[in-house]
Design a protein around this ligand. Structure first.
Ligand SMILES: C[S@@+](CC[C@H](N)C(=O)[O-])C[C@H]1O[C@@H](n2cnc3c(N)ncnc32)[C@H](O)[C@@H]1O
Length: 301
């Protein structure tokens, strides 16, 4: 059954439900665990198990003491922001942490008053629904291809690439040694070493990895972790070395936004073309359409 046939079948079934029962049936479709199980594959079970393991290895903010510069940069953010790693913490876990008083989704607008406002969210990893969207909907079949995640941090992109795609090689480059060690532990524990490899290095000294990749992922990679001058250098290095015609580049935020913020004067249209993504999809119970629309896909010209 294809999408439109399934939609017609569901609608014709719902038309037969008595009007008084219809709201409860729709509510059940929205929240039932049976429906949720239909959309949750073994791949997700494995990714959730990795997230459970990593949560126990890290503090709630999922940052390590060696990330001094990142911590300073984040403290400079003007808007009150909640730091939650979206790979480790889904909505359900965040809610239970809020109930336990370990996190808050709101901040107090004037001390002592009950006037509160929602905090902005900042995650240093893709969530599981975003990763499913990336591998099942945004990218083509990766059979025989090499994917490089620049700034692989917890390794979320690499593990998701392992379970959701048939990419022959999934490589991560991460500048922070503590996160490289964590990724190595996961690779060993889950026996991912046949297709997955992590390099402890600054991407700016890894030209060959960029030259060999068919897909390069750049998720919020430099902004919070490098100073302005280093960010500019890193982007210019990307521009000079991401040159394989047809190579796919995934970015959050868009290249335009990153380049504008740093006032990098490069004609993007002579380097890459953007591929439109359809983000109006349900990829799991925690699907955040706004987060999906922050994902941009380009093809190197
Ligand atoms: C926002 S995290 C990305 C996480 C991961 N790629 C994901 O999508 O789930 C960015 C990571 O890039 C790393 N990083 C920053 N600059 C780097 C560089 N020049 N070379 C390698 N890694 C870098 C940071 O240490 C950080 O862990």
């Amino acid at each position: 059954m294809d999408v439109s046939e399934a939609q017609s079948a569901v609608l014709s079934l719902l038309r037969r439900v008595s009007p008084s029962a219809l709201p409860r049936v729709i509510q059940w479709m929205r929240s039932s665990s049976e429906i949720e199980e239909l959309t949750c594959s073994n791949a997700e079970v494995l990714l959730h198990s990795i997230a459970d393991y990593l949560r126990d290895c890290l503090p709630v903010e999922a940052m390590v003491s060696s990330e001094k510069q990142a911590m300073e940069n984040i403290q400079r953010i003007q808007k009150p922001t909640l730091h939650v790693d979206a790979f480790l913490y889904n909505d359900e876990i965040i809610d239970s942490l809020c109930e336990e008083g370990k996190l808050s989704r709101n901040y107090c607008m004037s001390c002592g008053s009950t006037k509160t406002a929602p905090l902005d969210f900042l995650s240093h990893s893709f969530s599981i629904p975003e990763l499913k969207f990336l591998f099942h909907h945004a990218l083509p079949d990766l059979n025989g291809k090499t994917l490089l995640d620049v700034g692989s941090r917890l390794g979320a992109v690499l593990y998701a690439g392992y379970v959701y795609s048939s990419a022959s090689k999934l490589e991560g480059v991460e500048i922070n040694a503590e996160f490289c060690d964590l990724q190595e532990e996961v690779i060993k524990k889950y026996r991912f070493f046949d297709r997955l490899q992590v390099h402890h290095s600054d991407i700016c000294s890894q030209k060959t990895l960029l030259h060999q990749a068919d897909v390069v992922v750049l998720n919020n990679v430099f902004e919070y972790f490098l100073n302005k001058e280093e960010q500019m250098k890193a982007w210019i290095f990307m521009y000079e070395n991401l040159r394989n015609k047809g190579c796919l580049v995934v970015t959050v935020p868009s290249l335009k936004e990153s380049f504008c913020k740093l006032q990098i004067n490069i004609q993007l249209s002579q380097w890459v073309e953007e591929i439109e993504l359809d983000t109006d999809l349900f990829v799991g119970p925690d699907t955040d359409q706004e987060a999906l629309s922050d994902i941009h896909l380009y093809r190197v010209l």
